[in-house]
Ligand binder design. Structure first.
Ligand SMILES: *Cc1c(COP(=O)(O)O)cnc(C)c1O
Length: 367
């Protein structure tokens, strides 16, 4: 749509803060000097910190959020003949991780909060269902009380895809603390971000933890003995060192994102559906996703003004060529996906920039 650099880019992955850059360089330098590059001390320290942060027994580092999901399903014994319920709207990795185990994803419709709609779970359930995978989309936690109640009644596992929701809370409970297992991505786009691919899982079950550790390295135990096939899906020590620097500063990012969201709520609520927090929730605003019937026009208008927006994700997972053969009926998601637009809302934006974004949107609706 636009070739010249954006006046306001959606995301800027450069490190602007001198203090942060120096801390990252020092952390990388420490790894280079000690030389324990593969599952080095920073790797284990990060795992311990992530477990403590969530007050869960174990955190297991892995190569990406996609890997975390695949490893979780495999460690849970999910495979051919099984079904796993996922929401219609997510990054495609959620469904792919199910399919890669040989199991079948079943697509649940969404609510106005863009998350799995518990009212549609019964339709998705069958004798083959093994697990439910709520995705805390945009950094807003899914309605976990209803989802967990549904799963408990039918003896299903709950595996959270918390890739977008590190730091979000619902009823005082953190993302990653609702399910039997939780999967996180720490790729460079996420709020807690590495400078490359990275992910982790949470579990309280020691047997699952041990299986995850074997699975993430070709299914091996004691370095050489292979007990089942698995990928090479380990977390990089260099990334772990960088992530610890970012974890120390995470509260600042979270605070800034919430500040920007509050400002947008106030400015934009008269014109569009703004992503307000539900009662008792503290969202992390991985994206600030507004909804408007005039989405395409607005997107075009903002692009012309040099403001880069995103539609996440224009093709719902069940309508991707690979999954369309399942003929999933997700009418609510079909409707909502035409209205969503993610506007720039990351913590690096200045007040002047967020003001320009808001002013431009207001001027569009007032024209
Ligand atoms: C980012 C993301 C993933 C995949 O994570 P990667 O680290 O990029 O593999 C999976 N699910 C959701 C909801 C995501 O946002």
């Amino acid at each position: 749509m636009k070739k010249t650099p954006w006046k306001i880019p959606f995301l800027d992955l450069s490190v602007k803060d001198d203090e942060e850059r120096e801390a990252i360089l020092a952390a990388v330098d420490r790894v280079l000097r000690h030389g324990r590059i593969v599952i080095g001390p920073e790797h284990d320290q990060l795992e311990a910190r992530l477990a403590a942060h969530h007050q869960r027994a174990f955190a297991v580092g892995c190569g990406s959020g996609s890997q975390a999901l695949f490893l979780a399903f495999r460690a849970a014994g999910i495979g051919p003949g099984d079904e796993v319920i996922v929401p219609a709207l997510s990054y495609i990795a959620t469904a792919n991780a199910v399919a890669l185990t040989g199991a079948q994803p079943v697509f649940c419709d969404i609510g106005d909060d863009l998350n799995m709609n518990p009212a549609d779970l019964e339709r998705c359930f069958s004798a083959k269902t093994k697990a439910v995978v709520p995705v805390h989309f945009t950094g807003k936690i899914a309605p976990m009380e209803a989802i967990n109640a549904f799963a408990k009644e039918r003896d299903l596992l709950v595996i959270e895809d918390a890739s977008q929701a590190f730091g979000a809370k619902r009823g005082g409970i953190s993302a990653g603390c609702f399910g039997d297992m939780a999967c996180f991505s720490m790729n460079p786009m996420k709020v807690l971000a590495a400078c490359g691919e990275a992910g982790f899982l949470l579990t309280d079950d020691e047997t699952i933890r041990d299986r995850l550790i074997a699975l993430r390295y070709n299914g091996t135990v004691n370095r050489e003995t292979c007990v089942e096939p698995g990928p090479n899906g380990r977390l990089d020590t260099m990334q772990a060192a960088i992530l610890m620097v970012r974890l120390d500063r995470f509260h600042l990012l979270a605070q800034r994102r919430r500040e920007i969201a509050a400002y947008y709520h106030e400015r934009l609520a008269p014109y569009v559906h703004v992503p307000r927090e539900s009662e008792g929730c503290s969202d992390i605003f991985y994206t600030y996703t507004l909804q408007t019937e005039r989405r395409d026009e607005l997107n075009q208008f903002l692009a012309e003004k040099g403001i880069e927006c995103k539609i996440q994700h224009p093709i719902l997972m069940p309508h991707q060529p690979y999954y369309s053969k399942l003929n999933s009926a997700v009418p609510r998601a079909d409707h909502v996906i035409k209205k969503v637009l993610c506007i720039p809302a990351n913590e690096k934006l200045t007040d002047t920039q967020t003001e320009v974004v808001a002013d431009t949107i207001v001027s569009f609706f007032n024209a």
